[in-house]
Design a protein around this ligand. Sequence first.
Ligand code: DC
Length: 228
Amino acid sequence: MTKNIHPSIIALDGPAASGKSTLGLRLADALGYLFFDTGIMYRAITWIALQRDLDLRDESAITILAQTAQIDIRPPSVGDGRACDVVIADKDVTWDMRDGNVEANVSVVSAYAGVRRALSEQQRRIGLRGKVVMVGRDIGTVVLPEADIKIYLDASAEERAKRRHDELIARGEESDYREILRKVIERDRIDSTRAVAPLRPADDAVIIDSDKMNAEQVFEHVLKLCTM
Ligand code: DC
């Protein structure tokens, strides 16, 4: 029997800086679906823990934080390139989530089983409503294994570091390619070797290597897969 409806739950996984957010946003926009970037939740917990000066090695304290924190994700209120507003305790922390301190510590926080359980449950509840493009590392494998379509967007560490480097330069910020490459490789290592929900493609995922494709080509390819 041919499916004549679009997939309702789209899982989009892949390593850091593989272009998942750009692709996910465009896809959600084209289909009229909710775009949900789960990395924001791990970043938000890390940001709050740093703000409160919690010991990031204290797994139970960080887990309690993940179980109780109120993270508000709202439609974008400012046209400054953000996909959404992230609000914590009435403060707009959308760009704080992206700072170097969060970047350096988020892999540690996201490796804790209790943190993953608390956040995955919320993600699953939202995802099961359907009409969603959910982006992360473990959406197809753990959060929504029943997703209608699973995409694993990959690219070499060198290509991903180059894209991030070019982005920073374009924004007029300082950037050191070698340092970015080192961090990308380190994040990959932590994300893919952690005991709980390591980064890997689901057995039934479509793997896309975007090294030789630009963002437009990736989008066209995936949109076709979703509307076949
Ligand atoms: O996609 P990102 O760079 O914003 O993700 C930030 C961190 O969160 C990254 O180190 C991996 C982790 N993460 C995760 O473990 N599981 C997810 N579903 C999403 C992100």
